[in-house]
Design a protein around this ligand. Structure first.
Ligand SMILES: NC(=O)c1ccc[n+]([C@@H]2O[C@H](COP(=O)([O-])OP(=O)(O)OC[C@H]3O[C@@H](n4cnc5c(N)ncnc54)[C@H](O)[C@@H]3O)[C@@H](O)[C@H]2O)c1
Length: 423
């Protein structure tokens, strides 16, 4: 169930259908193409993850969702201009068969969009209950459900009183508290229905005590926010490399040009602020300047996103990194990533849906609330209070795979390996 059926959602859904028909491979998806080593290196036992854990097969996936634009997903995919015409034509009837339901939307939270296809209700509680009705209807047609927010980035919100407890939050729904955004209404509705909720955007959404409480209470998993697709993906590979070699970083300037609807929404300073906070957080946690002041205390980190229509979904992200080495001698690294936003995001969304559904069926994972083992997918991973989030991509990957080994009763892989050299 997808609130926000734009570029990412249509690329995910059309992609799954194309893969089901044998037209393409699920490249970029760990759940579909990744393997997992079991036992010792000498055992030569590395099954596919999808054969090792009981995740739903692609054939069984059914899609629905909500959007503020009417029409069907063939039209939405054409508007998004990510996939080529031939691919879309071949699966046109399938895409035409999916029509987003009217959305819960409020322009206060996404300034650059105007809704054409929207629910009306007497207050936020009424609107959230309408979403619950939609979910209940979908439950009659499917065995299990997962919700993943692929909607636009909302304006930056700070936590207030209304976010602190479930009781305060539910009162706020009735009182139309401005701290409650549409994405929170979808999340509340999903969790109330016992459905896991993942967030592809940097919105505050479930990152509040009230919805974390609801998640644990309902055994409905939640996880971090904002898909880690392009620039931040590369950042969380390079930064740990510098740190592990004890190389200093004086400055990291990141800029992007992007011409899709997401870029247009992020052109609004209030939505950009939400994205900026999410993108800026990673270096602080990786470099730990309090432990390594000589290397990172004065790091200047800047992130810009510029809306530039000619590029559409094909984003270009530049990084200029000023590093320093032995005796403080400066060096530079430049990265120019000509990427495709939704092509990078779709496999992450697929994996999250499948792994969140797995978590909801795992007796060990479902009552935990936050699924920290899925940090791998997020720019802004969530973690327990007092525990700093893990941003290093390879530690995240190890955590994900060890969690899968753990729930399947396999030995964890620590990479110690001394036993290869014993008697
Ligand atoms: N593509 C990436 O690489 C990437 C990476 C990280 C995060 N994201 C985030 O994922 C989200 C989706 O990206 P996209 O490129 O598909 O954007 P998009 O603009 O193509 O799609 C977003 C859709 O959400 C809809 N929408 C907005 N508010 C809604 C509401 N309240 N209810 C229902 N629908 C609503 C919009 O009408 C639009 O169709 C954005 O928030 C983006 O920042 C994308």
């Amino acid at each position: 169930m997808i609130p926000g059926m734009g570029a990412v959602a249509t690329t995910l859904i059309a992609g799954v259908e194309a893969i089901r028909r044998g037209m393409a491979k699920p490249i970029g998806s760990i759940s579909q193409m990744g393997t997992i080593r079991l036992g010792k290196r000498t055992d030569n036992n590395s099954p596919l993850i999808k054969d090792f854990v009981d995740i739903a097969p692609l054939e069984d996936l059914v899609f629905t969702g909500w959007d503020i634009f009417g029409g069907n997903l063939y039209d939405a995919a054409k508007t998004a201009q990510v996939l080529d015409r031939d691919t879309l034509e071949e699966i046109r009837p399938f895409l035409e068969s999916i029509e987003p339901m009217p959305a819960v939307f409020d322009q206060h939270y996404v300034k650059r969009l105007t809704a054409k296809h929207q629910k009306v209700g007497k207050n936020k509680c009424d609107l959230a209950n309408q979403i619950r009705n939609d979910i209940a209807e979908f439950k009659t047609k499917t065995d299990r459900q997962v919700m993943i927010w692929c909607g636009s980035t909302e304006i930056y919100l700070e936590q207030t009183e209304v976010h602190q407890t479930l009781e305060a939050f539910e009162k706020g729904l009735v009182n139309d508290d401005p701290g409650i955004s549409p994405s929170m209404l979808y999340a509340w509705a999903a969790l109330k229905e016992g459905i896991p909720f993942a967030n592809g955007a940097p919105n505050l959404t479930v990152d509040i005590p009230a919805l974390k409480e609801l998640s644990r209470k309902m055994n409905a998993p939640i996880c971090g926010k904002d898909f880690k697709t392009g620039q931040t993906f590369i950042k969380t590979v390079l930064a740990p490399a510098f740190k592990t070699r004890m190389l200093g970083v004086a400055g990291w300037y990141s800029t992007n040009i992007l011409g899709n609807r997401d870029g247009e929404v992020l052109d609004d300073p209030e939505s950009f602020k939400t994205k900026e906070v999410s993108k800026l957080g990673v270096l602080e946690h990786i470099f730990q300047p309090e432990l390594h002041p000589d290397l990172y205390k004065d790091l200047y980190h800047k992130v810009r996103i510029n809306y530039y229509p000619p590029r559409g979904d094909n984003k270009e992200g530049w990084d200029n990194i000023d590093i320093f080495g032995w005796l403080g001698y400066p060096m530079q690294l430049k990265v120019d990533f000509l990427c495709r936003d939704s092509i990078l995001a779709a496999p992450l969304a697929l994996d999250l849906v499948l792994f969140m559904d797995l978590a909801a069926r795992s007796s060990e994972l479902k009552g935990l609330g936050i699924q920290e083992w899925l940090s791998f997918y997020f720019k802004d991973p969530d973690s327990a209070p007092g525990v700093y989030p893990e941003h290093d991509l390879f530690i995240q990957s190890m955590k994900l795979k060890n969690t899968l080994r753990h729930i399947m009763g396999q030995d964890l892989i620590t990479h110690l390996g001394l036993d290869y050299y014993g008697e």
